[in-house]
Structures are given as structure tokens and as C-alpha cells.
Ligand binder design. Structure first.
Ligand code: TA6
Length: 292
């Protein structure tokens, strides 16, 4: 079946009034477009990758690089990559296999409150026999739940992150609030410290906070704050590539670091989840934007 036939099949199978299917921009990535009383949004079957979340009256909460490729097997730069079933650049491919494979859209439901929930699923046999599902609710908030089932006969150490690229007006004016007191693992110099409750950005930042506390992104330029709530997330990752790393990323504009910050619900490195045979684990992140 070619992409056009897939789109036709999806539009026939899921005929919710708030849901249409098309390609993402000028790519050939089959994408679900949501428009309901709360928001507009988009998620492609490639990686079950959420590309846009625009609450009514707001600008897009998510940032997608103008230089991102939308061509398998390259991962998309921006939106919400699902890092699974490992986090980090080792082994390759960076952040695992889920974001560079096509998932199946299993279900799409318009709920009585007017929000919409889509459920995607992917089953793999390497590096282990696992099934992962992503359930996303597009409503007054954006709620993402990533559930893993171990189908194998042995345990598996699961690394994962909901690697969200948030759009901000200017990173040097942006503050992150809520991680005070958490153990901070600076991945750039491997120094361990205790996190302050509020911090800003003056250089490349690649920190893992051993905390699932709610984070608020304070953006005085776009005059909004974004609340990031998490469940079953032992870690919170905060990342901005800054000047030099931005220049090294071919799929990211040299100046795009000014307009983004990643805040990620995660279980990574020493906090991976030891998943017994037959066991299930869910990681949840809920995003909501309000005036600031
Ligand atoms: O989440 C932070 C991070 O691990 C950074 O180290 C940086 O590599 C970023 O993810 C992007 O990773 P990617 O594989 O998408 O280039």
C-alpha cells in the first residue's frame, strides 16, 4: 500500500469529525490532524511523533526545527520524539528505534468533553521483545502516556523519555521553576549538584534532574507559562544546545536555540526501569499553557 492509499484507508477507518489525515507539510509522512473545541494538533504515524499542539488563543506550544528532515530513517528534530527503548546516543541510533519506525494507529476517540484521544502501537523484537503504545489526548492540556509491555522471557532495562521541544520567545529570558532540591546530573561535565528552584540559561544545558516534580516554563516574551506534569518519571531532562552544538546539528538552525527548550519526562541512565517478563510500565507527561 502506498502513502496515498494509507491516507485514504485512515480517513475511511477513523471518521471522527475532529480528525483528518494528510501528509505533514511537503513530506510524505502520514499525519493525523486534530481540530476540536480546545486545540489544534498534529501527530504523524512515523514515530507516533507529535508535531503540533496549539491550544485555542495560544501559539504552538511545540517547536519543530525549520531544518528538520521528514524522511525516514532520520528522526524528526522537534515536536515530541519518543525516546525508546533506550535514552542517549549509545548505542545507535540515538534515543532508540521507536521514533524512526512507523507505528499503527489503533484507536481514535472523540470524548464527551470534546477532547480527542489517539492510540498508536509498535511491536519490536530487537533489542528485546517489547510492545510500546502511545496514548495522546488533545484537549485543554496535552497528555501523553507511553506504555511498554515486556513480551520476552527475560527482564529488560527500559530507558525512555517524552523528549518535548517547547517553543519559547527567547531562551535567555526563559526560566524553569520547580526542580528545587533535586539531584542534578550535568551530562556535559558529569558533575553532580543540587538544583535551585528557579534557573535560566546562559550556555549549553544538558541536565538530568532526578525528580518527577512539576516544572513550569516561564516565558515573559510570549507572555505564557507552560506547566509540565509527570508521572512514573524518575528523571526530568532539560536541554538547550546553545551556540556551538546548534551549529553542529545539520537539521537545526544555528539561531533556533533562542526559541526552544526541551523538558522531558524520562527514566534514563541509572534510573532505567527493570521490566520483568510480562510486566507493563507507563510514563506520563501532561502539558498545559496559560497566560503569564
Ligand atoms: O535530551 C537531551 C539529549 O540527550 C542531548 O544530549 C541531545 O543529544 C538531544 O538529546 C538530542 O538528541 P538527538 O538524538 O535527537 O539529536
Amino acid at each position: 500500500m502506498n502513502e496515498q492509499e494509507l491516507l485514504l484507508q485512515l480517513n475511511e477507518k477513523f471518521n471522527n469529525p475532529s480528525l483528518t489525515f494528510g501528509f505533514w507539510k511537503d513530506s510524505r509522512l502520514p499525519t493525523a490532524y486534530i481540530a476540536n473545541r480546545f486545540c489544534r494538533g498534529a501527530v504523524t504515524l512515523y514515530g507516533a511523533h507529535i508535531l503540533s499542539y496549539i491550544p485555542d488563543g495560544q501559539k504552538d506550544v511545540l517547536m519543530v526545527s525549520e531544518k528538520s528532515l521528514f524522511e525516514p530513517p532520520k528522526g524528526i528534530r522537534g515536536g515530541i520524539p519518543v525516546c525508546w527503548p533506550w535514552f542517549g546516543s549509545n548505542p545507535a541510533p540515538s534515543h532508540g528505534v521507536a521514533r524512526i519506525q512507523f507505528w499503527e494507529l489503533k484507536n481514535a476517540v472523540s470524548l464527551p468533553d470534546g477532547s480527542d484521544t489517539l492510540t498508536f502501537e509498535l511491536t519490536v523484537t530487537e533489542p528485546h521483545e517489547l510492545t510500546v503504545s502511545l496514548e495522546v489526548n488533545f484537549g485543554a492540556a496535552l497528555t501523553v502516556a507511553v506504555t511498554t509491555v515486556n513480551n520476552g522471557k527475560t527482564s529488560f532495562l527500559l530507558g525512555e523519555a517524552i523528549h518535548t521541544y517547547f517553543s519559547v520567545g527567547e531562551i535567555t529570558e526563559t526560566k524553569i521553576r520547580g526542580l528545587g532540591g533535586a539531584t542534578l546530573d550535568n551530562r556535559l561535565n558529569n558533575q553532580i549538584s543540587t538544583a535551585p528552584d528557579v534557573f535560566g540559561f546562559q550556555a549549553e544545558t544538558d541536565n538530568v534532574y532526578h525528580s518527577e516534580a512539576t516544572v513550569t516554563i516561564e516565558d515573559p516574551v510570549l507572555k505564557r507559562k507552560i506547566k509540565v506534569e509527570k508521572q512514573f518519571s524518575r528523571d526530568t531532562v532539560v536541554w538547550n544546545p546553545w551556540i556551538d552544538k546548534s551549529k553542529r546539528m545539520a537539521d537545526f538552525g544555528d539561531e533556533e536555540y533562542h526559541g526552544m527548550v526541551c523538558v522531558e519526562a524520562a527514566n534514563c541512565f541509572d534510573n532505567r526501569v527493570d521490566l520483568a517478563p510480562g510486566a507493563k510500565h507507563t510514563l506520563i507527561q501532561k502539558i498545559s499553557a496559560s497566560a503569564f
